[in-house]
Design a protein around this ligand. Structure first.
Ligand SMILES: [Zn+2]
Length: 115
């Protein structure tokens, strides 16, 4: 039984409780538990995002004005990565060595050599 099911069961049981003060205390505890569950979910999501960013950071190296991930032929935007921690793959342009970032719209000249 999860916390929401438990909270519903407690709220249902409270209909039988005559002591108003006890009822209010238990409802406050149930509401606090539900709020903590929401906070826990939010923190778990933030933790997942940070772990993903950290994993990406460990895989990339900076050279030739961009970040490169081993085995990936396309570079990643250093501006987006350094300012927001986002790994945004650069789009190759028709002029050799030039890439553009679909997020921040920067045009970047990188070496034409590849990983
Ligand atoms: Zn960018």
């Amino acid at each position: 039984m999860g916390i929401i099911d438990n909270a519903k069961a407690i709220k249902d049981a409270l209909a039988e409780v005559a002591n108003l003060e006890l009822k209010q205390d238990l409802l406050r505890i149930v509401n606090d538990a539900l709020e903590l569950q929401g906070t826990n979910r939010q923190l778990a999501e933030e933790n997942r995002e940070l772990a993903e960013k950290l994993r990406f950071r460990e895989q990339v190296t900076f050279r030739d004005n961009a970040y490169w991930c081993e085995g990936d032929p396309d570079p990643y935007c250093s501006g987006c990565f350094d300012s927001k921690g986002q790994g945004v793959r650069l789009a190759r342009r028709s002029d050799a060595g030039h890439y553009s970032c679909p997020a921040c719209k920067q045009t970047i000249l990188v070496s034409v050599r590849q990983v």
